[in-house]
Design a protein. Structure first.
Length: 453
């Protein structure tokens, strides 16, 4: 199949549309599976690498930190060089970094490899919705995003049991080696099927890129420093420096015709509310994903082999529900669907947090399914509203802004969990789930404001 130049207003026809989505989907599956496998591996890394639970979360934090630092930069580069080209380059980087993770032998080398992997993951995350908006006609965008959510759910469902299976028969390095052959296939399909997206003529803003990277790096390092017992003066300096860099970045963007950080889009009330909802929902989701493996092993007495299977119902239900939620959003207000989904998620997290030790498997599976139901209802209508709230020629900026809010929420969520484990490793998982439930409720409230936008 020969890739053609895309008319972004009309999408592409069938079957080209589905081949192009498959190319995107393989990369999304790979990056999503990597995240779920990494979360399941944290208790094992604590034992094998002789580190504390709080330090093990650097396997998650290093990745999220890199993605946060890279997203806006890669979004700008994708506008200049084309979403398709940047996606393929970042896919190759992600695959190479996965091999580096597999060759690591301590926490430091693994965290460095994960940081590099995050740069590739930023390219996969940052342009996905922009490419989907170009590939699908407007009337089918929600359904297309729903299909993408199904692919994400499939990989998240497969990740925990596959991770548990690998850990039961091989060393943890093999958890990352699985990405190498998958990445090679993804590159082949992307090269043959992705259309060539339009490109912008503006130059790359190196100063804004530096300010963006410094803002997010200092913010996450400062928040994480609380959980790892850094001196209060150092944490204060990091957070203050982040604020100064962020303020300088924000003021600089207002004077640029093609800003790295599309602050002008935040003047669109519907878009601003949507990315705020994304931020809170992503924080709650990642906090739960990091805390649940520890909850199952430390508090509920489940062994490693059981953990993967007990987590699996959540992403499976997301995959089953998301396509229907995408279609339902064509008839029901997306804001109401998203709010309902986050409210259901909050209830599920509270139930999980209050489960007593040695709870039967059914008592764990049911709230996991409920969490999947809530998140599956939330995802497609929220994503479609977010990307559809801006002019089509600004899809790239909207996509990277949404991905930045999502990843920043996840990174801050991981840092909060690390802080809770730093305070008390035994009760940290339960406290994290209660906090995640409260954050989900806040997201539901903000989502509800969109009905008047």
């Amino acid at each position: 199949m020969v890739a053609a130049t895309l008319d972004i207003a009309d999408g592409v026809g069938v079957p080209q549309r589905y081949w192009a989505h498959l190319a995107i989907g393989i990369g999304v599956i790979m990056s999503s599976m990597d995240g779920s496998i990494a979360n399941v591996a944290l208790p094992t890394l604590v034992r094998v690498l002789h580190v504390t639970p709080a330090k093990s979360i650097w396997v998650v934090n290093a990745y999220q930190l890199s993605v946060c630092m890279s997203l806006l930069i890669i979004g700008s580069l994708s506008d200049i060089y084309g979403y398709d080209r940047v996606y393929r380059i970042c896919l190759a980087l992600f695959t190479a970094a996965s091999l580096a993770c597999a060759l690591s032998h301590d926490l430091t080398s693994l965290a460095i490899a994960r940081f590099i992997q995050g740069m590739g993951g930023a390219g996969i995350l940052g342009v996905t919705n922009a490419m989907l908006r170009g590939i699908y006609p407007k009337r089918e965008l929600s359904a297309g995003i729903g299909r993408n959510a199904l692919l994400v759910a499939f990989s998240l469902a497969v990740g925990p049991p596959v991770g548990s299976l690998i850990l039961s028969v091989a060393s943890w390095q093999w958890l990352f080696a699985i990405n190498v052959p998958v990445g090679a296939v993804a590159l082949l399909v992307a090269q043959r099927s992705l259309p060539s997206f339009p490109r912008s003529a503006h130059a790359f803003d190196l100063r804004s890129a530096g300010l963006s990277g410094a803002t997010f790096a200092l913010l996450i390092l400062g928040i994480d420093g609380v959980g790892h017992g850094q001196p209060a003066c150092l944490v204060t300096v990091e957070l203050a420096a982040s604020l100064i860099c962020g303020r300088t970045l924000f003021r600089r963007q207002k004077s640029l015709a093609s800003p790295l950080l599309p602050v002008d889009l935040l003047r669109i009330r519907l878009f601003a509310l949507s990315v705020s909802t994304t931020f809170l929902a992503s924080m709650a989701q990642l906090m739960a994903y990091v805390a649940i493996p520890f909850l199952l092993q430390y508090n509920l007495g489940r062994n490693l082999g059981e953990v993967g299977w007990l987590i699996t119902p959540w992403p499976i239900i997301v995959g089953l529900v998301a396509p229907f939620a995408g279609k339902l959003a064509q008839r029901v207000a997306a804001a109401k669907l998203a709010s309902a989904g986050l409210a259901i998620l909050a209830v599920a997290l509270l139930v999980l947090a209050w489960l007593p030790a040695r709870s039967p498997a059914a008592f764990i599976v049911l709230p996991m399914m409920l969490a999947g139901l809530g998140y599956g209802i939330f995802l497609p209508p929220n994503a479609a509203t977010q990307i559809g709230a801006v002019p089509i020629q600004r899809s790239g900026g909207a996509s990277t802004m949404g991905a930045t809010c999502r990843t920043l929420g996840q990174a801050i969520g991981a840092a909060i969990v690390a802080a809770m484990f730093g305070l008390d490793a035994l009760t940290g998982a339960r406290a994290a789930l209660v906090a995640a439930a409260g954050i989900a409720v806040a997201g539901a409230v903000i989502s509800g404001f969109r009905t008047a936008a």
